[in-house]
Ligand binder design. Sequence first.
Ligand SMILES: *Cc1c(COP(=O)(O)O)cnc(C)c1O
Length: 346
Amino acid sequence: MIDLRSDTVTQPTPTMRAVMANAPVGDDVLGDDPSVADLEAEVAGILGQEAAVFMPSGTMTNQVAVRAHTEPSDEIFLDAQSHIYYYEGGGPAALSGVMCHTLPGERGILTAAHIRDALRLPNAHYPRSRLVCLENTHNRGGGTIYPLSTIQEIAQVCREHGLGLHLDGARLWNAAVATGIPEQQYCAPFDSVSVCFSKGLGAPVGSALAGTEAFIARARRFRKLFGGGMRQAGILAAAALYALHHHRERLQEDHHHAQILYEQLIGIPEIHVLPPPTNILMVHTPGFSAPVLADHLRYQGVAVLAAGTQTLRLVTHLGVSREQIHHVFHGLQTAFRDTARDPQPQ
Ligand SMILES: *Cc1c(COP(=O)(O)O)cnc(C)c1O
């Protein structure tokens, strides 16, 4: 099976498993785990932040960040397709009691004008505007990359109006490799940054939240409150460290594979597809049901997810080889042949 459902499906490599098996560990809730401490220091360094804290998932790093930046009844601004709003189970409402003010980004990318136009003046009628969340690269946008200048302009608006600025950088590694802009530079305008080790980097579990010493101390309290304190977590941290050291540069290969896939798929007339900036291809299938196409594609040995009623999402990662990429094109051609046009396109 060629599994393009997500870059979360990667298997830990044999070397990664060996590193995990031999990792020194301790009780991290008591601050004793040397592997977790190493990972947190290394991540803070790469992101140019004072401190970082390891957590089990990207969802938790984002939700802890939202909670640590806000108080109940505050308002946060984010793109309507953002992971924090779309894919985290309504966490901001349930866990932080904040209002999500969603904005219409272009393939997930907001501008300073979006924020400026949405801002409210301080007044007892209004919720308190408190936080802006950006996502780089943007998942539902199709792996889109934030221009650094746009981030800086948004940060300027945040500074002028006393808003915090959080980055959901689950795939920040992809943006850095694709542009050559170091992670530190992308992170400098932000008050907090979350990153994932379990996406393209190929670790089995884990994310980190980074920011100032004071912010991370507050975040540690909410991590515990949300049930995310882990004991001998060094086994997981060792995999994340290994992934940081050995799997970052190779993300370029995934981007190259997505590009090859794109160049082949534009040859299928039923498809509308935009060039992938990184490793995610959003394939629009006007007139065809994406879930039905995905079923037919599975018979061809290719697994993909329907990201909408007429949109398939294809994600390249370290478990997919060049040869397999070439097979996807033929699989899709066959799937279209076997799929009737949707009589009631939505
Ligand atoms: C995957 C992802 C996350 C976190 O997902 P988890 O499965 O909770 O680790 C956060 N943000 C974005 C943009 C993602 O793609």
